[in-house]
Every structure is written in C-alpha cells, then in structure tokens.
Design a binder for this molecule. Structure first.
Ligand code: ADP
Ligand code: MG
Length: 252
C-alpha cells in the first residue's frame, strides 16, 4: 500500500489541497476525478516533487517521506519509484521513439546503451509500437506519442505510474488505443494513480475511483459504486454535470 497523508498546498493564500489523505493499494489503478481547479494536477506534481507541498507525507512502505523536504536524497528516492505520464507527452522532438524511451534508462538509471535499447524495444512492443521505433514524434499521431510517453515511464520499472489526464489532448478516435494500453498495464499488475476527466475511461480502467473537491477526498469507492450509487450528494452533482457519464454502457 502506498499511503499519502495530510497533503496541503496553498497558492497565493488560496488553499488548493487541504489535508488530503489517499491510499493506493499495490497493483490497483486508482483514478482521481473532480472539478477543474480542484488540485488534481497539483497533487500529482507534489508526489514527484515538481511542486513543494506545505505539508504531507508519502510512504511507499519503507517509511514516510516528508513532501516538504528539500533533501535531495529523499527526493531522488521518491522520484526513482514514480513514473510520470504527462498530458502533453513531453517527448524529445529531436529524438526518435526508441531514443525517447531509452534516454531515461541510460541517463538516470545508468543502464548501458545496448541494454537500454533492448528494454526500450520491448516496451515499445508492449504499447503496440514495435514498428515505430525509429519514428520521430512529429511523424506520430497524438495517441502514438502518448503511448511512447507511457513506454518511457514504464521502462524505468516504477513502483507507481502517475498519469495526468493522459488522453485529454487526444482526438476521440485516439483515446481507445491509449485506454487499451493503460487497461493492459493494470491487468499486468502496474500500480497506477491517474487523473482523468473521461468518465467512461475511469469507469473501465480503474479499481478504485476517488472524487476530490475542496482540497480533500469527498468519496472513494469502486467504479460501479461511485458512478452508479454515489453516497455523497456532491459526487452525484459532479457526475450529473459531466455529460461524459452518459457514455457508460447501461448494462455493465
Ligand atoms: P486540476 O488539475 O484539478 O484542474 P490544478 O492542480 O491544476 O487543478 O490547480 C488547482 C488550483 O491551483 C487552480 O486554481 C490553479 O490555478 C492553482 N495553481 C496550480 N498551480 C499553480 C501555480 N504554480 N501557481 C499558482 N497557482 C497555481
Ligand atoms: Mg489538471
């Protein structure tokens, strides 16, 4: 179990996260939903020390690490456990797909180039892009670029894969391929913390859905419960305000 505790963060005096607690069981896909501006991206960025929390800890089972720390050894330790998939892929445009995936292995993990290349090819194959290894990002579709982004994060063998709206920059016809890759990773036992505004996606890919608002968790449960029988009024109101929810298959 990965435990996130008491995470708070204010920007310019406005509290965005207010003592948020979250548990991520190993080999589960935990999906965070909530209104725009509710601090979802901030939470993910704090976990990876891209943003400094005002308070809070994360514990991967080897003791809590203070999320306000500036100790580089602690930061490196946590970062080495997390793979990050960005909304806008963040690929190196001057490197091909293989180089994009191999890069982190070589430079942050000290893997020998030949071995890194081999791992990168395996991971590209896993996301259905074995034949695209030498293609540059500008020649790939958004969905393919995002699958390279996923392969790059997974190649580092993280304990936790964090995905911030992995499909929100994609045309609708590209979403399915990325969804399938993420579902497969989940079935392969990858522990994931994902933010998405695609409710069908959350419904299909998650073991657990967390609704956050006002800086804390309003409700957490399995997807069926959250989407079909939310216990909190606020969750029901949020879901009815997103027309996405209509895409849930009625007989599921
Ligand atoms: P979400 O991902 O849920 O849409 P965010 O975490 O991006 O929300 O943002 C939460 C709130 O914090 C928003 O009001 C946003 O404007 C604000 N915010 C996020 N990052 C910063 C920052 N670096 N400086 C100032 N305000 C920020
Ligand atoms: Mg966001």
């Amino acid at each position: 179990m990965i435990q996130i505790r008491s995470v708070s963060k204010s920007f310019n005096g406005t509290k965005v996260l207010d003592g948020l607690d979250l548990d991520i069981p190993r080999q589960n896909v935990v999906t965070v939903i909530g209104p725009s501006g509710s601090g979802k991206s901030t939470l993910l960025r704090i976990l990876d020390f891209h943003e400094q929390a005002d308070s809070g800890t994360v514990d991967f089972g080897d003791g809590p690490v203070d999320l306000t720390t500036t100790n580089t050894a602690d930061i490196r330790k946590v970062r080495s456990k997390i793979g990050f998939v960005f909304q806008n892929y963040n690929l190196f445009l001057n490197k091909n797909a293989l180089q994009n995936v191999a890069e982190g292995l070589i430079y942050s993990r000290g893997v020998k180039p030949e071995q890194a290349r081999k791992i990168a090819l395996e991971q590209l194959d896993r996301v259905g892009l074995a034949d695209f290894a030498d293609r540059y990002p500008s020649t790939l579709s958004g969905g393919q670029q995002q699958r390279v982004g996923i392969a790059r994060a997974v190649a580092l063998n993280p304990e936790l894969l964090v995905l911030d709206e992995p499909t929100s920059a994609l045309d609708p016809e590209m979403v399915t391929g990325v969804l399938e890759v993420i579902k497969q990773l989940g079935q392969d036992g990858m522990t994931m913390l994902m933010v998405t505004h695609e409710m069908r996606f959350a419904y299909e890919a998650s073991s657990s859905v967390v609704f956050i608002e006002g800086g804390h968790v309003v409700e957490q449960g399995d997807p069926k419960q959250i989407f079909e029988h939310p216990t909190q009024q606020r969750t029901a109101e949020f879901l009815s305000s997103t027309n996405n929810v209509l895409m849930i298959p009625a007989a599921a």
